[in-house]
Design a protein around this ligand. Structure first.
Ligand code: NAD
Length: 484
């Protein structure tokens, strides 16, 4: 390792990946980046050699050692049996935060939103992306949405710390907690709790549907937006696209065990090998990497040279527009144009300034763990695979009650269908029988649930899963079914 160099792991990826990675690395080096590069192979060829996550076991050694991964896009093979490389790397390195700055470059890149500078901070490890899915019945597939309080605390604190460090004025939170009161509810609650610790930063919350509509309509009203995984995945692509092009946005994935930097776009196989692709997204991912490893001065030189190139009208095909562009160039020529401008600052765009950046530290899950709540088992939901209609099935389930547990509701897709219900409700082949303690406020035991399951077995009911219904410090830890 040359003196002062930072070791990083680089993967050239598939499709346009190798071209844009070569171009980006050339620019970073020309600007003085001090890097010791270790190259690993990932992607299609590795998948095809039988590694289901698209990465060789030996590559992990480099990643765990350098803890900095600069990654070009890969092609994910179609069909079952392949795991997402991104999800595997995120989980293995604990990359809990995905940061995607989406900036418009008006008037040099066509956009409907000339004033846009939004940073999406997406939670990266939880939500529906835990990938826990089951087929429960003939008709029903289930995907579990898991959101943890420490997970929310980490990402929300990261968003506020990011805002503070980058002189941002406002942090907005998007959730759907009017419907998902516990999962999205905890995200919103944690946001409100942490926001008060940052009195100099404006905070606001929007329900994600109207929030997304406002972001797409008037992005200039947003600054940093923090959200759970799924909303962040979708809306960061929307934000990048309306800013001008998905080809221009870079992204960082930050975690306790390491960090990964990339473009937000994919491997664009149809453009591969033709010296056409725009390396800007990956280059800006590289800029974020330089800031992360403490080479903010180099990041500044690269970013400003790149802005100067854009405003000089030197454009790749994807953003070329006769009315503003001066020269249509290929990947290599674009890289040379940026290199020729290293040391220059843009005159139309505001030059960027990174100064001495510090990587943002947030507490670990273990540090965030709170004392256990007082937990009382108050009942159980029995999930049943059954095709009968509610009038037929209801009495059968009702008859399972024992000395301690009674049927409170039988519901179908979250709507009560027994003992009261609307005959118009259409039902599918999965029901939930909710059994609660017969004596209000008195907890039941696990043995009561075992006995209930034995009775269900005797009644030839197909129980596909159970969920315990608990109070935590006296507060119900479960939702009510509609009509309950
Ligand atoms: P894509 O992002 O590769 O391409 C979408 C469109 O944008 C295409 O028209 C493409 O030509 C254009 N485009 C993208 N990047 C460009 C660039 N740098 N310069 C110029 N034009 C660019 O999305 P896709 O076609 O849906 O996916 C292709 C492959 O990439 C798939 O196998 C997908 O799984 C994979 N993918 C990988 C990643 C990743 O590795 N992080 C992310 C997304 C998609």
């Amino acid at each position: 390792m040359a003196h002062g160099n930072t070791p990083i792991t680089v993967a050239h990826g598939d499709g346009i990946g190798p071209e844009i990675m070569d171009a980006s690395l050339q620019i970073l080096k020309a600007a003085g980046a001090k890097l010791d590069i270790e190259t690993i192979e990932i992607g299609e060829s590795v998948y095809k050699r039988g590694h289901s996550a698209g990465i060789e076991p030996s590559a992990w050694e480099s990643l765990y050692r350098t803890k900095v991964f600069y990654k070009a896009p890969i092609t994910t093979p179609q069909g079952g049996g392949f795991k997402s490389l991104n999800v595997t790397v995120r989980k293995s390195l604990g990359l809990f935060a995905n940061i995607r700055p989406c900036v418009s470059y008006h008037p040099f890149v066509a956009t409907k939103h000339p004033v846009m500078d939004v940073v999406i901070v997406r939670e990266n490890e939880e939500d529906l992306y835990a990938g826990i899915e089951h087929r429960q019945t003939d008709e029903v597939m289930q995907c579990l949405k898991l959101i943890s309080r420490p997970g929310c605390e980490k990402i929300v604190r990261y968003a506020f710390e990011y805002a503070k460090q980058n002189n941002r004025k406002k942090v907005t939170c998007f959730t759907k907690d009017n419907i998902m009161k516990l999962t999205d509810g905890i995200f919103h609650k944690v946001f409100d709790e942490i926001a008060v610790e940052y009195p100099d930063i404006v905070n606001e919350h929007w329900i994600v549907d109207i929030g997304a509509a406002k972001m797409a309509d008037t992005p200039e009203n947003f600054d940093v937006i923090v959200m759970p995984n799924l909303y962040g995945d979708i809306l960061s692509d929307v934000a990048a696209q309306i800013a001008g092009s998905v080809g221009l946005a870079g992204s960082s994935n930050i975690g306790e065990q390491g960090a990964m930097f990339e473009a937000i776009h994919g491997s664009a196989p149809r453009r591969a090998g033709q010296n056409l692709a725009n390396p800007s997204g990956l280059l800006l991912g590289g800029v974020m990497m330089l800031v992360h490893i403490g080479q903010g001065d180099v990041a500044e030189r690269v970013h400003n040279a790149w802005l100067k190139t854009l405003e000089d009208g030197v454009h790749t095909y994807d953003i070329y527009d006769e009315s503003v562009s001066r020269e249509k160039v290929g990947t290599k020529e674009f890289a040379q144009a940026v290199i020729a401008r290293v040391g220059q600052s843009p005159s139309k765009f505001k030059p960027v300034k990174y100064g001495v950046a510090h990587s943002i530290k947030v507490p670990t899950i273990a540090e965030l763990r709170k004392p256990a709540a007082k937990k009382d088992l108050m009942g159980v939901d029995l999930f049943l695979h059954d095709r009968r209609n509610p009038a037929e099935l209801g009495p059968v389930v009702d008859a399972l009650q024992n000395d301690h547990l009674q049927l409170v509701t039988l519901s179908n897709r979250g709507v009560m269908v027994y003992p009261r219900g609307n005959s118009q409700t259409s039902t599918i082949d999965q029901y939930i029988g909710r059994f609660m303690s017969k004596t209000a406020g008195t907890p039941i035991s696990h043995q009561d649930i075992i006995e209930l399951l034995q009775r269900a077995n005797h009644a030839k009911l197909d129980v596909i899963k159970t969920e315990n219904l608990c109070n935590f410090d006296g507060q119900p830890g479960y939702s009510l079914s509609q009509g309950q």
